[in-house]
Design a protein around this ligand. Structure first.
Ligand code: AG3
Length: 287
């Protein structure tokens, strides 16, 4: 079967000599915002698909894995997360997961492109169902500037739900930004950033860790999870702890949580921190 007819959306992964195709039934939306091209398709097998500048951001079918793993591991590492910042995350999938934690009293989200949120409200209403929660504060601003301007010790957890490290987003993967995050976090603060594919982007994960260490973070851990619509189908998030180790977490709280998840649980949390041999060898540096 040919994949190049109009009904297939394809993202090519040049660095891997590979590609992912999803059969589409209809293009639901297309616009050029001030920052990027935003497209939404209805697919045959994965529900609605959000694409930014040609890159798959999420599908209705599998985004729960990414959003749960970008949030709950960091929130259950922190002793009592009350104040959370999300940088990026315009589709509001992370926001919804964070708001499930009863200890959370305030979530700020600093997303550059308001159009991503408005388009998500329309085509991914499930992800945006908690946007009216009184604890949620949506700011359409530059996330780096937001963190730089934040008062010291103002957040317990910072989540960086960014695109790939190209263009504007590249600075989100560098030490000056991580240093600003460190300053904005409390003593037991945890930073978690989406860190691409262990199989395809191991050098990037190494560099993220190096930049985090250079910014003064003592404790680093990479969280592994499947994400079949991202390059290689295997994805990661990297956590950095200011003073607390990240091997242990509030396991009992995770097991007895009163909210529903579809992927995350306490066993998954522990398992996601295990390092395959090639990662262990590559990431064995200073912490
Ligand atoms: N943020 C990470 C997207 C990276 C995908 N890369 C790609 N398709 N080449 C996703 C945002 C979801 N809230």
């Amino acid at each position: 079967m040919s994949l190049d007819e109009n009904s297939w959306f394809t993202e090519v992964y040049p660095e891997a000599g590979a590609a992912l195709s999803l059969r589409t039934e209809e293009k639901l939306h297309e616009e050029r915002s001030a920052y990027q091209k935003i497209e939404v398709y209805r697919t045959a097998g994965f529900g609605n698909l959000l694409v930014l500048d040609g890159f798959v951001m999420l599908t209705a079918r599998d985004n729960f894995i990414y959003h749960e793993m970008m949030t709950h591991p960091a929130l259950f590492c922190h002793p009592r997360p009350e104040s959370v910042l999300i940088v990026g995350g315009g589709d509001c999938g992370c926001l919804q997961e964070v708001l499930k934690h009863e200890s959370v009293v305030r979530v700020d989200q600093a997303e550059l492109d308001e159009r991503v949120t408005r388009v998500s409200e329309r085509f991914f209403p499930d992800l945006c169902a908690s946007n009216d929660d009184h604890r949620a504060n949506l700011h359409f601003v530059d996330g780096i500037r937001w963190v730089e301007d934040a008062a010291p010790d103002s957040y317990d957890v910072i989540i960086v739900d960014s695109t790939d490290p190209i263009g504007q987003a590249a600075r989100l993967f560098q030490a000056p930004f991580y240093g600003a995050c460190r300053r904005a976090l409390g003593d037991t603060g945890v930073l978690i950033v989406q860190s691409e594919s262990p199989l395809l982007h191991l050098d990037l994960i190494k560099s993220i860790r190096w930049e985090m260490a250079a910014a003064g973070f003592q404790h680093l851990k990479t969280v592994n999870f499947p994400q079949c619509t991202y390059p290689s189908g295997w994805w990661s998030a990297t956590m950095a702890g200011k003073s607390i180790g990240l091997e242990s977490f509030r396991e009992t709280d995770a097991s007895t949580r009163r909210f529903a998840t579809r992927y995350y649980n306490a066993s998954i949390h522990g398992a996601a921190l295990a390092e395959p041999e090639f990662m262990r060898a590559a990431l064995e540096v200073r912490t």
